[in-house]
Design a protein around this ligand. Sequence first.
Ligand SMILES: [Zn+2]
Length: 345
Amino acid sequence: MDSTGPGVIKVSQEALELHSSSLVVDLHTDSLTVAQMLGKDLSRRHRPPAGFQPWLLHADVPRMQEASLDAVCFGIVTHPWPHKAYQRALRNLRYGKFVIRKNAQVMALATSPAEIEDARAAGKIAVLFGVEGMHMLSGRLERIEKFFELGVSYITLAHFTSNRFAVSSADKRRTDARLDGGGAAAIELMNSLGMMIDLAHVHTNLIEDVCRMTTQPVIVSHGATQALRPTFRNLSDSDIRNVAGTGGVIGLIYASEWLAPRGLDISLAVVVDHADHIRKVVGVEHIALGSDFDGFIATPAGLRDVTDLPALTQLFLERGYSHDEVAGILGGNFMRVFRRVRSTA
Ligand SMILES: [Zn+2]
């Protein structure tokens, strides 16, 4: 990419070195879904199609490598209702594995912390899968186990619609929502398998219930804070405390829509503002990255695509975060959660 353009941030040698020597993990992108929809080969470098800058094609293998991204969780996404969602999810998962096989020189499936480390040591991008919404169980609890066997590392309890097991944060009428018996059984099963529980998109009451019940740390794979941008999609301070109380992490989203009110000029520094807030409320060890790249999002100025990721490391350093703290945000904090979930299963 050219080095000029709106909001381009100059990255120091110190930041570049810290960034490339750190383990960098992105907890959620829709790049697999977009590649499948548009028929794009992730092994090749793409430019967003005219008219779709900056919403789509934020990442592919060559650009992820350029960004020193070591691991990425591809979201498995389907239509929002349960009918045939399970079959569709299996098909998308098969497609994801096909992409990994086709790019075996540069990508490897990772279903554990050790496999992330192995892929990195081999110079490959570790690919994890996350199922975005329990409507994809099509009503059957035991399919959690099937997804786990197929290499899915986490399940988001709900997406933009509620399902049999959980209520979505988009379901604003459900002010009395609670985790019911079906939801509790799902949490228990995921805990026993060592499968990560993702609370992105989940109703605040359920965040509270799940965090009280889980025996393992949870993740919010992609999110931001209500303190800076009050919207149903973002986390309240009590949500943030509940997640941190389990030892969990919150992946910072890069979608302008959830970072600041519409109409403002939004720069990458706003992502760091949300991080600052989480740090203030619960501490830096609960922060991770969860871009939502390719989720039809407009990225802030200074982040044209994944290759600008080192700019985020630069901004954290400028904001006074220590090297260890930045390395934690980039991937270390998530690895702590993943290890713990696996070891206590
Ligand atoms: Zn999402």
